[in-house]
Design a protein around this ligand. Sequence first.
Ligand SMILES: *Cc1c(COP(=O)(O)O)cnc(C)c1O
Length: 360
Amino acid sequence: MTRPVRARVDVDALRSNLQLARRTAPHSRILAVVKANAYGHGLVPVARALEAADAFGVAGVEEALLLRQAGIQKPIVLLEGFFHAAELDEVIRHGLNLVVHATHQVEALATAALAGPVRVWIKLDTGMHRLGFAPAELAAVQARLQSITGVELAGLMTHFACADDRTDPATQRQLDAFAALGPGAVGEHSLANSAALLGWPEAHADWVRPGLMLYGISPFVDSLAADHGLTPAMTLETELIAIRDCAAGDAVGYGGVWVCPESMPIGVAAIGYGDGYPRHAPAGTPVLVDGRPAQLIGRVSMDMLILDLRGLPEARVGSRVTLWGEGLPVERIARQAGTIPYELVCAVTARVPLLYESRG
Ligand SMILES: *Cc1c(COP(=O)(O)O)cnc(C)c1O
């Protein structure tokens, strides 16, 4: 390792967040969502840490095959199903479960001459209007799927649009739309993402589908992980590689957009948007230097960013700089940068080594 930037991943935190999901939804099975390289935390090591989950959810066959190649035997659900009929051979060979959300997928299954059985979830659109069949289409879709040799119906899935805001009435409307399916609602049911798992017990049903909370991040717009007993898994950190004394009036960094109001020490940390730190994080965004609060100044560069070291006389070249994680919730950084924590952790780039830590 040359550059000091790294993302430490606390394996015990992943496990304890999964246990919290279990305690919160004790009558549901858990489909742990590990798409997007486990939200940037590393697909295979995270799936191993979460081996107590009942199934894994991914966004595509490539991710599913990485899990199978790593020896993971649990059911794997392709959350958007297949994109092209050519994927169906791999789907069947590796026993992957499909979500089917549109007629073209149903018809592709019907014409594919399936080489074996495949379990299929029907995705219903209860109000998000992204993917899924309208409730009124359910009976026809179900009948068509049941007529296809090899297709085994797993059940029904739907997804919430606004569960991250506990005051938004849209979630109750979606719950009501699902409940209105009545006896037509075949098989097992799965509704809840992290926010619904934590905020809407009536959404738990047979399978919950937590993603973000497993990584120790609050799925709500107005709370932090600790408010829910979650433990952040990822700590993104680097080191100070320079400390400089600047004079009043010195403009700092690209564009010279930040000007020193007085003579002051500044620090340069070896991390930038090339590592996934958000370029739009404004001056004032918090960081920790050896655990003490400091602030970003100037524009974030590709490989570096600049810190205001006033009030931190003990800072040294080599001091540890924490961008988020232990002691600094990623939720706070996301709010500062005008984004959501999902985007920040997913955006950590491949040049940042992921280091897995466990107390044993
Ligand atoms: C990503 C995803 C989830 C997980 O959502 P979180 O908000 O991260 O808990 C659940 N279900 C589906 C269909 C998803 O695509």
